[in-house]
Write a protein that binds this ligand. Sequence first.
Ligand SMILES: [Cu+2]
Length: 359
Amino acid sequence: MITLLTWAVIILAIVAVARLVRIYELAAEMRGGKPQWEVTENDNRMNARLMMVFCIVFFVFCFWVFFITKDKLLPTAASEHGAQTDWLFNFNMVIITIVALITNFCLFYFAFKYYKGKKNETATFFPESHKLELIWTVVPGIALTVIIFLGIKTWNTITSPAEGESIKMELFAKQFDWTARYAGKDNILGRRLFRLITDTNPMGLDPTDPAGNDDIVVRNEFHLPKGKQVDFQLGSRDVIHSAYMPHFRAQMNCVPGMTTSFHYVPTITTEDMRKDPSVIKNVEEANVELAKKGEPPFEFNYLLLCNKICGLSHYNMQMNIIVDEPEAFNAWISKQKTVGSSMTAETKQNDTKIVAENK
Ligand SMILES: [Cu+2]
């Protein structure tokens, strides 16, 4: 409420000043001063100087905003390719910043420098210059080619099928939660059939597929081993969702009726990431706010989020990811129940019947 009142006062003050200036102008004209539409040398000089003032204030403002918000950007990349995409992002930002500084400075500086028109002097007539056109075509052309080439090269390595040894797993989306499934000992994910989806078999896993027996289904959180390639297969039960794992710089759509994929190598364990200065700072800040509200403090966790607005509880669609050292990961996964051992006999029987009917 106070802020609303403050804004109202500021806006009214601006309006009042504008009206006062107008009254002053009209009064000056009535006293026989210069007509208000006449632009004098003084007016031009004033505007030229204001151009330079605006240019400097604008630049300072941009750098200040960047400086105060840089900690709010994503923390250190926690995957191998994440370091590459971050490098690309920074490379692009440096080029953009340099070009923006030069072009915007020129824009304001020339308005400042040439505010004074000289009598009997006309502007140079400059209809065409092939040299100039060649420069402004070739230079941005080369810059864009370099940027696009580096971008495509990185994109292709990230999105190409996983090569070599990898842990296969599936991230399955539905309104409004995630389920993670590991391919188990055989490293082959069992079949899913949408006709089998029921309350007791929410993913529609096919009990007649032997590859699915050793699969492991987990909810709430899933673990990943550090330094091992993880090959994700992504699916959706209802609408388009998007699996977004910001710390690993990974995002891929989950589309009903088709399978998409993404693979990456986690490089920092959850434990080590909690010691990262940028993470510590943000967690401390957040905990100060939580303490004010009397809520318990929280600890950093990697997240799987949904990044497609998929319905009412979209905002709540998240799952924690724990990156462990490989030994700890193996110990954790060996304790999880397989699909074969957790599916009830009744579900198995019903689903086997449905599969047979639909053959
Ligand atoms: Cu979603």
